[in-house]
Design a protein around this ligand. Sequence first.
Ligand code: URA
Length: 318
Amino acid sequence: MQTDHQIQRELEALLEFHLEVGIDSFLGDAPIDWVARSVELASAQRQAHAARTQPQSRPSAGGPAAGAQRPGASAAVPASPGLHSPSAAALGSPPQGEAVAAQQGKPANSTPGLPTAQTVQMARDMAASARNLDELRGRLVEFNGCSLSLTAKNLVFCDGNPEAKVMLVGDAPGREEDQQGKPFVGRSGQLLDQMLRAIGLDRSSAYIGNVVPWRPPGDRTPTQQETELCKPFVVRQIELAAPEVLVLLGAASAKTLMGATDGIRKLRGNWMTYPVAGRDIACIATYDPAYLLKSPIEKRFAWKDFMAIRHRLSHSPE
Ligand code: URA
């Protein structure tokens, strides 16, 4: 027969185990099928969206140009990216067949685990309709197409200065970021702050976002479905912030935004261009500070990349 004290110890151990594996928020007594729930919500939102947009023609990929936050930044996404530029798919365009089906109001993509073309199109329309970063944050709050928004505590949209010359885009927020609603505030945030300080920057001279703005449960890597659904929003965020230099922190960020298939080891450290509003932004990928905490040996490469960023910034116009 167990004593009350033993039962209490067992319950505490169970709670600690749950916390360890990432189950850190109490949601309810009965299990909830979040996938089914998000499908229902996305379908209701698509219907409302279709009802709102039916009589009009669909907006272009870039959306309205008014209200961009930096002078010179317009809303149009360039149509033909260059050799080292993100492909159209990387910028959130659905594949041709899907786009046609989306126009016809049919779910073209019925592959389980991949977003329907309609939901991607809805994300693109919502992102394109945001005329400034505040509106974009509002659109993300309204967007129900990604099930991560149902399990996360907070939207993790941005931190830092949107007028800064440099913008850093991480993969997805972790537990601390979710609690505070800000990117890179946990241990990885402290490391990022150190790396920024090393090149003479801080959060008043850098703007920070994430490809996926909601925490994946248990801090797992975001799925391709999740990154595809969130991509139009982060693309618009970059477009509206219009930095001089874009730093992609981690594999999901580099793969999603550059349309790359190589791993981060191969991608990091090479300057590429990212076309935004008629101009090419200098873009470099490096390791996510969260990864560097687990593999400190790679810090020397991240250090090299940050030196390259400092050099590039020191040569960019005031
Ligand atoms: N890693 C990320 O990519 N984003 C965060 O916000 C924190 C850690």
